[in-house]
Design a protein around this ligand. Structure first.
Ligand code: SF4
Length: 361
């Protein structure tokens, strides 16, 4: 038997026995596979599962997703992060209904034309849903293949990418790409783990150069990450007739379409109060007086960290009108759960509810 055939036979036998039991596995519904793959981008499986189940119960088809409002979609997504993914799913569903008869196209090239579907996601959908013979090179596959070939360079470099793709394509058995890709994903998640690969339980260890050379823990090569900047943010909570003011973030910015308590980044040497006055003037064209602090929240995004200081504030002059925000709204604190928010603003809104509750005691 040829080497590649022996490799895939061992891998697929292991997968049939020990592959992960995930809610989207077994389904060949392209929509379910698409949703799961988008949710899994930069997000752990254990975090995705409850979101996936809730999403599929609420929006079981492409047409149901297209008919829903963006707010509904973002509320379902709230807490999963990288909100652009939800916006893209919604936009793509509308394109599919309008131009593709409500169905996903089958080839990676056509899939990549849709918003939010890059090369990996297109390959994953095409192979798993439609059986197209294409390698789905995700983080797990990158790591496993880097070890199989004992790659001694950054696996994200262009040359390295080419080597990994060549190796993956050599090993990929024709007509079995769905099982092959998912088997390598599972091998990476369960056995060939980032820190401590369990080589003694690996079904393909006899094919692994890094294992043979005893350097599996040193592969893939670690590339030092640039340090992450920290920003101080001030956010304001204005009240009127028992309601609070929230603003919907611009669609093309981070957390696009989500609602927030307006504010922004402090400039060097600026006090929190001065920052808040300036931001409300620039963003909402009103003059405010900052008042009592409400909550301080620390939060880390992938490329930066923030500390958000929120304050009560009083609108002294003007009527809030958005400059960059999509819109502003005065909302009863009890109804804030209907408005999708990022982690920090949700914590502030929960704090307001607690304060309201304790005032009523
Ligand atoms: Fe990964 Fe070890 Fe298997 Fe090589 S032998 S693929 S390093 S688990």
């Amino acid at each position: 038997m040829e080497k590649a055939t022996r490799f895939s036979a061992s891998l697929l036998a292991w997968f049939a026995e020990q592959g992960r039991d995930l809610p989207w596995r077994g389904s060949r519904d392209p929509y379910a596979i698409w949703v799961s793959e988008v949710m899994l981008q930069q997000t752990r499986v254990s975090q995705v599962i409850p979101y996936y189940e809730r999403w599929m119960a609420a929006l079981p088809s492409i047409s149901a997703l297209a008919e829903s409002s963006l707010d509904q979609v973002l509320v379902l997504w709230e807490g999963l992060g990288y909100y652009q993914r939800a916006q893209n799913l919604h936009e793509a569903a509308n394109i599919l209904v309008a131009e593709y008869g409500g169905k996903l196209p089958e080839t990676p090239g056509d899939l990549e034309q849709l918003p939010g579907i890059g090369r990996y996601t297109a390959s994953a959908i095409a192979s798993i849903a439609f059986g197209v013979d294409v390698l789905a090179l995700d983080g797990n596959l990158r790591r496993v293949l880097s070890r199989l070939v004992d790659l001694r360079q950054d696996p994200r470099a262009a040359k390295a990418e080419q080597i990994l793709r060549e190796k993956g394509n050599q090993l990929l058995p024709k007509g079995k790409s769905a099982a092959f890709n998912q088997a390598l994903m599972d091998l990476g998640a369960e056995i060939c783990k980032p820190q401590n690969p369990v080589c003694e339980a690996c079904p393909v260890s006899i094919h692994c150069l890094a294992f043979e050379r005893g350097v599996q823990r040193e592969r893939p090569i670690k590339v030092p990450r640039p340090s992450i900047p920290h920003y101080t943010i001030a956010a304001g909570i204005a009240r009127r007739d028992g309601k609070v003011l929230i603003a919907q973030r611009p669609m093309d910015k981070l957390l696009g379409g989500l609602w927030e308590f307006p504010g922004g980044k402090c400039e060097s040497g600026e006090t929190l109060e001065d920052c808040l006055r300036r931001e409300w003037q620039e963003e909402l064209r009103v003059e405010i007086d900052p008042g009592q602090p409400v909550l301080v929240v620390n939060h880390a995004y992938t490329h930066f960290q923030i500390t958000v200081h929120s304050f009560e504030c009083v609108v002294r002059a003007g009527e809030p009108s958005p400059v960059e925000h999509v819109m502003v709204q005065w909302v009863d604190p009890g109804a804030l759960t209907n408005y999708p928010m990022g982690k920090v603003d949700r914590l502030i809104s929960q704090k307001l509810l607690t304060m309201q509750g304790s005032e009523g005691d």
